[in-house]
Design a protein around this ligand. Structure first.
Ligand SMILES: NC(=O)c1ccc[n+]([C@@H]2O[C@H](COP(=O)([O-])OP(=O)(O)OC[C@H]3O[C@@H](n4cnc5c(N)ncnc54)[C@H](O)[C@@H]3O)[C@@H](O)[C@H]2O)c1
Length: 318
């Protein structure tokens, strides 16, 4: 089976590519290397350094004739989407439309999309939030993801292009870059290793920070494999269902680093504090019940397990 992964040199995309290769799939990648890195590329995958905003990607479809397109390329910064919504829409809305048109033209069997449960539901009054909750996107980034979902469903209704939409919670793990949608694990770990006191962003009167559902990237990669192999069409939350405050996460990262022999002074037991950024939401946890029933997926990693592997990766990298 031939799979084309966009963004396959990025944090999540490269972990998804590794999982496909491990399962014996034939994998090609489209990535413009804007945030992705060549060093993340699986050596068994073919890389096309192309931009999803440009028509040149048609050549890749012509040559590769993929059965499945797995779309991970995106502008991933929520604050940047607030500053420059036009650029965000250029990549995150027009880019996906270009891909969907090509999927249709080249008879792709299924489209898999990395959406965001972490941002799309906004400040939901039901947590953990289910897929049937009416999204209230609070940033251009989340608006673009919701629009993408609607285009995908239009292409299914109009042309029969099958799809699975995966609404991820906050993803963390090896290869994460600090400035993405949910880069807090990468930020805390890198700063602490560099001997710099990290900053915890919070809303007024809530110094423990925000509540998030942290999901390890290997669990995310497995959800993509199941989405590829199951015949299901639909939208699925991919998260643990459990909430962790930013302060709890900070303490867990600190504890994990110390348990692996990294000397961090006691003065770092408390992070610096700063206000929440534009587009931030207070609480976000996802109900993954539907993915368990229909995809047979559930998170296998606790935050402690995932952080242990992640910290090992940062330590090996240095
Ligand atoms: N990190 C999270 O917690 C999270 C949560 C929900 C959804 N997502 C989604 O998962 C996907 C992957 O995110 P990530 O965290 O791995 O980010 P990332 O920046 O590491 O990966 C994005 C990849 O897309 C590539 N890219 C960007 N613009 C491109 C363009 N115009 N043409 C071709 N390639 C382009 C980048 O070079 C990079 O390799 C994104 O769609 C993101 O919105 C991430």
């Amino acid at each position: 089976m031939r799979v084309l992964v966009t963004g396959g040199c990025g944090f999540i995309g490269s972990n998804v590519v590794d999982a496909y290769i491990e399962k014996g799939y034939d994998v090609a990648i489209i990535d413009n290397l804007s945030t992705g890195k060549q060093e993340n590329k699986n050596e068994k995958a073919r890389l096309y350094v192309e931009d999803i905003c440009k028509d040149g990607i048609e050549e890749v479809f012509k040559k590769e004739r993929p059965d499945i397109v797995n779309h991970h390329a995106a502008q991933i910064s929520v604050p940047l989407s607030v500053q420059d919504p036009l650029f965000d829409a250029e990549v995150n809305i027009k880019g996906i439309i270009r891909l969907l048109l090509l999927c249709n033209k080249y008879n792709v069997k299924k489209f898999i999309f990395s959406s965001t449960g972490g941002a799309i539901y906004g400040d939901a009054d039901v947590v953990p939030t289910g897929e049937d909750y009416v999204p209230e996107p609070a940033s251009p980034y989340a608006i673009a993801k919701l629009s993408s979902e609607k285009y995908i469903r239009f292409f299914y209704g109009q042309y029969g292009l099958r799809y699975t939409i995966l609404r991820y919670s906050n993803v963390y793990g090896p290869r994460q870059i600090p400035h993405g949608e949910a880069g807090v694990v990468a930020i805390f770990t890198e700063k602490l290793l560099d001997g710099v006191l990290p900053t915890l962003n919070h809303f007024p009167g809530e110094p423990q920070g925000m509540i998030r559902d942290y999901c390890y990237v290997k669990d995310i990669a497995m959800a993509n494999i199941l989405a590829t192999e199951k015949d299901t069409v639909g939208i699925f939350n991919i998260g643990t269902g459990k909430g962790t405050t930013t302060l709890e996460l900070y303490r867990l990262v600190l504890k994990t680093l110390r348990s692996k022999g990294v000397g961090i002074p006691q003065a770092f037991d408390e992070p610096k504090r700063d206000m929440a950024r534009p587009g931030d939401i207070k609480v976000s946890t996802l109900n993954p019940g539907k993915a368990k029933i229909e995809l047979g997926w559930e998170a296998g990693y606790t935050v402690e397990m995932g952080l242990s592997e992640t910290v090992d990766w940062y330590l090996n990298k240095r």
